[in-house]
Design a protein around this ligand. Structure first.
Ligand SMILES: O=C(O)C1=C[C@@H](OP(=O)(O)O)[C@@H](O)[C@H](O)C1
Ligand SMILES: C=C(OP(=O)(O)O)C(=O)O
Length: 437
């Protein structure tokens, strides 16, 4: 008998009433992967408490280990919580890095590899070959690195680390991904002359993620000048210097909190997310404002964020350029709203895990929806939806978007829900737990 290769279908639970749940959301992918890189580049050991353990972060840890960094399992210095202890060593090749489809791994690590002694080969999932990396490759060459690639500005490639990198000024068009800028800044303190990154493109997505990079660099002792600290627009400067080993507790992933907040909105229920930070650079914090405009109310207390749906869901006209990774979840809620929505500023999502604008349009429309792509986003006119298969294109946020729709629409089946393991392996259990099943 021929093997059955069709991806499994997961019946998305339909909500029989208003949810009322507390959901402990695991750590932030973006914070965990920056913290791992910074700890690996430090001059002394460091701790990461409550790191996210998901495909993207385990790939990052595995890649750093392959380059000689020791990452030990342990409990934090005060004995509480699970932690990783990172012991930076001389970075070395030869090594092979599997980036999977993690933007943070494929973009943040080539600059680290340029500092290693020996060749580091980068490879990954088929989709990783299509995601832009030209900004990092070209910039590293300008800064003195030797890289072998096939000329497409993408994976696979080999960085021939020389043990050090000159660094200095470099221009990069980061309109396709803010991660180009973050990547160069993160390793910048270890370049001989530091780095001055000048973004030359017409637009720059995901600015909060660049702010996260800057704040985390400063927290380990790096000196960073930014447009916001009185520097030139679109220019970031990192001074060369040693990095401290820190004891960092990773915040919950607020973008992964999105489907649970959406559940409160869609069912007219209530969800508490403990440990929601009072101040954060995570883009998911914008959900407090966006989901309030879409019909909920929220309160940030010492216990966390309590979000309550009113039973009504309103459409929204919003520029998501700063917070692009929230688009699939917002589109799912918008498809269930009482008025149309326009999501703008996210053309670069066509180069994410999948072409998210095309995928959302196709999948929502196949359930009976009325979504059209615009040049830089989506137009969503709510219509009565029906059940069917929601394809996910190996995109974790497509899977969680489908689950949101499934709360309100009977008979939705999510293809390959296991793809949520990219950033939230516990998703199916957390979801059914939230629903009291
Ligand atoms: O630096 C980061 O941690 C991220 C930056 C953003 O990338 P883009 O600027 O490519 O959208 C975001 O979408 C991604 O999920 C995580
Ligand atoms: C775009 C995303 O991931 P990546 O870090 O792979 O770019 C995402 O998580 O939505």
């Amino acid at each position: 008998m021929a093997p059955n290769t069709a991806p499994a279908l997961w019946p998305a639970p339909h909500a029989s009433g208003a949810v009322d749940a507390t959901v402990h959301v695991p750590g932030s992918k973006s914070v965990t992967n920056r913290a791992l890189v910074l700890a690996a580049l430090a001059s002394e050991p460091g701790w990461l408490r409550r790191p996210l353990r998901s495909r993207d972060t385990l790939l990052m840890a595995g890649a750093l280990r392959a380059m000689g960094v020791e990452i030990e399992e342990g409990v934090g210095p005060d004995g509480s919580g699970e932690a990783w202890r990172v012991l930076p060593t001389g970075l070395r090749g030869p090594a092979t890095v599997d980036v999977g489809n993690a933007g943070t791994v494929m973009r943040f690590l080539p600059p680290v590899a340029a500092l290693a002694d020996g060749p580091i080969r980068f490879d990954g999932d088929p989709r990783s070959y299509e995601r832009p990396l030209n900004g990092v490759i070209d910039a590293l060459r300008t800064l003195g690195a030797r890289i072998d690639d096939d000329g497409r500005g993408a994976l696979p490639l080999t960085v021939h680390g020389g043990g050090a990198l000159d660094g200095g000024p470099v221009s990069v068009d980061a309109s396709s991904s803010s991660q180009f800028v973050s990547a160069l800044l993160l390793s910048g303190p270890r370049f001989n002359q530091g780095v001055e990154v000048r973004h030359t493109g017409a637009s720059l997505p995901s600015l909060p993620h660049i702010r996260m990079t800057v704040e985390m660099l400063r927290a380990v002792g790096a000196q960073v000048d930014t447009p916001e600290s009185g520097g030139e627009p679109n220019v970031w400067r990192v001074t060369p210097g040693a990095l401290l080993g820190r004891d960092l507790t990773v915040e919950p992933d607020l973008s992964n909190a999105q489907p649970f907040l959406a559940a409160a909105l869609v069912t007219g229920g209530k969800v508490l997310i403990p440990d929601w930070p009072a101040r954060t650079t995570q883009p998911g914090d914008r959900l407090r404002e966006i989901f309030t405009e879409m019909g909920g109310t929220c309160e940030l207390t010492e216990y966390g964020l309590e979000f309550t749906g009113s039973g009504a869901i309103h459409g929204i006209d919003v520029d998501l350029g700063d917070v692009g990774e929230l688009t699939p979840g917002i589109a799912a809620v918008a498809a269930l709203a009482d008025s149309p929505s326009t999501l703008r500023g996210v053309a670069h999502l066509r180069l994410h895990e999948t072409d998210r604008l095309a995928a959302l349009t196709k999948e929502i429309n196949e359930l009976g929806g009325d979504v059209t792509e615009t040049a830089d986003g989506l137009h969503i006119r709510p219509r009565a939806l029906h059940g069917g298969v929601f394809h996910t294109y190996e995109d974790h946020r497509m899977a969680t978007a489908g689950a949101i729709i499934g709360l309100a629409v009977k008979g939705v089946q999510i293809e390959n829900v296991a793809t949520t393991a990219k950033t939230l392996p516990d998703f199916p259990d957390l979801w059914t737990g939230m629903l009291g099943n």
